[in-house]
Design a protein around this ligand. Sequence first.
Ligand code: HEC
Ligand code: HEC
Length: 259
Amino acid sequence: MTSSARHPIGRLLVIGAPIALVWAAAGLVASSRLEAQLVRSDPDAAPAQARLMRFAMARGAGVFKAECASCHGADGKGNSARGVPDLTDADWLYGSGKVRDIEKVAYYGIRAHNPRSWNLAVMPGFARPVPSASERLAPLSPGEIAAVTTFLQSREGRPVDPVAAEAGRRVFAGQGGCYDCHANDARGDPAIGAPNLVDKVSLYGDGSRQALVDSIAYGRQGVCPARAGRLSALRLREVSLYVFALSHRPGQPSDKSPP
Ligand code: HEC
Ligand code: HEC
C-alpha cells in the first residue's frame, strides 16, 4: 500500500489530479473546437449562436481593449472631438453594421492606404488655396463657407435666415461641388465614405455651427488603422463580433438614421 492511499489528503490527490487534468484537457479541446468554428463560420451567422457568442465576447473584449479602445474609448462610444465614431449606436458610415462590414474595417482600416479597404474620398479644405488636388475645386470665400453652413443647418431643420440658406444651396449645388460627394439631397454616399449631412449624427464635433465650419474650411481625413497581418483571423473575428454586440444590445433600435 502506498502512503498516499493511507492518508486521506494523498488519496484525494491521487483521484483529484487526473480528474483535474482530464477537465483541463476537455476544456482545451472544447475551446479549440469553438475557435475553429468561429474562424470557419459565416460571420453573420455567429450572433445567433449563444455559446459561440459568449466565447467570442470574453476574448473580443480583450482585443478591443488592446487594439481599439485608445481611439474608440473603453466603452466604444468614440470621441467626436477627434472624429472617432461611436461604435455602440446603430449609425454606420461604412456598410450597415453587419459583422462582415465591421470585420472589413478591422482588417483593412479606413483611409489606411490598404488597397483592399474602401476606396474613399477625402473631404477637401475649402479655405485652403488648393482644396483638393484631385477634385480640381476652387477655394470658397469665408462668406461662401458661412452660407453653405447655413444651408446645411436649414436642412437639419434649424431656424435660419432663408436668404443666406438659398445662397448656400447654390454653393452646395454649384462651385463647392459638395453634391458630387454628398449627393444632391446631402444625404451622403456610403460607397465613398461621404457622410449624411442632414441627419442628427455628426462624425466631427458636437453638432455646432463651428464644427461644420471647421469641417468645410479645413477638410477632414479620418483614419482607422488596418489590422490585417498584425492580428490573426481569429482575433479579428472575435473583436468584430464584440463590436457587433456593442451596437446590438437588447432594446436598442436597429437603425437610427432616417431612411
Ligand atoms: C471629394 C468629395 C467631397 C466633396 C467635394 C465634399 N465633401 Fe464633405 N466630406 C467628404 C468626406 C469623404 C467626408 C468624411 C471625412 C472623414 O470621414 O474623415 C466629408 C465630411 C464632411 C463634413 C463633416 C460631417 C460630419 O459628420 O462631421 C461636412 C460638414 C462636409 N463634409 C461638408 C461639405 C460641404 C459643405 C462641401 C462643399 C462645399 C463638401 N463637404 C464637399 C467628401 C467630400
Ligand atoms: C488610431 C485610432 C483608431 C484605432 C486604434 C481604431 N480606430 Fe476604428 N476608427 C477610427 C476613426 C478616426 C474612424 C472614422 C474614420 C472616418 O470615417 O473618418 C474609425 C472608424 C471605425 C469603424 C467604422 C464605423 C462606422 O460608422 O461605419 C469601425 C467599425 C471601426 N473603426 C472599428 C475599429 C476596430 C474594431 C478597431 C480595433 C481593432 C479600431 N477601429 C481601432 C480610429 C481608430
